[in-house]
Ligand binder design. Sequence first.
Ligand code: TYD
Ligand code: MG
Length: 452
Amino acid sequence: MAKVKTTFFCQNCGAQYAKWQGQCNSCKQWNTIAEEVIQKPEKNDWKPSSSTTKRVSKPLKINEIDTAKEARLNMQDAEFNRVLGGGMVQGSLTLLGGEPGIGKSTLLLQVALSLPYKTLYVSGEESQKQIKMRAERINPKENNCYILTETKTQNIFKQIEAVEPDLVIIDSIQTLHSDYIESSAGSISQIKECTTELIKFAKETATPVLLIGHITKDGHIAGPKILEHMVDTVLQFEGDRNHVFRILRAHKNRFGSTNELGIYEMQGSGLREVSNPSEILISEKDGELSGNAIAATLEGLRPLMIEVQALVSTAVYGTPQRSATGFNAKRLNMLLAVLEKRAGFRLGAKDVFLNITGGITVDDPAIDLAVVASILSSNEDVALPSDYCFAAEVGLSGEIRPVQRVEQRILEAEKLGFSTIFVSKYNKITFKNPSIKVQLISKIEDLVDFLV
Ligand code: TYD
Ligand code: MG
């Protein structure tokens, strides 16, 4: 009997060892090294037959390469296209990561159902019946989508040869296994091998492949880091499961910018593209309420108006509570300290709660001014006019600092009918006669004078 070959892999970084050890030398994590059985391939793995080889590559001079031919598949979904950088590039491998239940399978099935091209949706997670039921909720009209439930890569390639799809979707890479590796599905060596086979297939046949990847509890895509290096594009689908909004963003994109962002709303009948997110992120209300302020932020390249809510109340316990949802708690403490020191507000004995509505997390520093305004408004119990908005960073000495692309923010605020936007005096604003009033301020005291 042939000797079984085993190797030890770090489950965190994918480093390989001949024998077990407690700590991984390369990523310094403890207890991450596990034994996996490996069998060297006797024959070469994925061998495209001439029928599926649509393109054979040969060396070309760089100026002979025709970039116009970098054909992109239109995904029939404006948000998805934008995040990909204008559609899916032929022969590319895209990895979509996200927490369980966030809607990865829904998104890709929905895309597959709307495409006019032939797509093959391979699922190792759900049965064909389950997928059919989901497809019925999404309610497609005519479609050209084939469903396959299979986890062995060799069988998948056989079916691909039979169907000859224009796009392959794999749900998920962690359920695949290849015959050439004996360790269980989802292990480092299996993920590596299956991805290598898929890359080879994608490049040789110019067929784009979309992979779904699970993420670990600390938010990284499960499996070796090398997985993210191997694929061309890494997309992340995120959002709070209890909220309806989902954000699709690119973490790596060999064919476009990583600044773009797609916003979806989860509905009973699948995901709906949200083309004007600002209108939805600002909550509907009848009267003006104290503690609410609107920030003109940018998410990637898109302007986004976001509502900040603060609640300031007298502390019941000895230590006042500070809590922030969707905003960095340390930054909140810093802003409170600035308000106390520079504007004389006694917030030390107050509980302060801050919430960004819509369940999204913002790291644009331009939201600072809206946070300060909402805290002031709640503290004084005076409502801010609902057609005011804010876009500036607040510095440690209480100075109002300029933010990038302020004109884009002003234009968005103007478009949405705001009457006044507060920005830093140090921002260079060149355009003339906006219908919105641009209020320039330089110190936190200026804001206090306006609001209180
Ligand atoms: P799913 O795509 O299965 O998540 P993932 O593949 O990322 O694990 O998402 C499932 C969730 O989406 C589930 O909790 C129900 C919800 N959902 C809807 O609200 N509407 C729908 O039309 C569908 C198909 C799912
Ligand atoms: Mg799924």
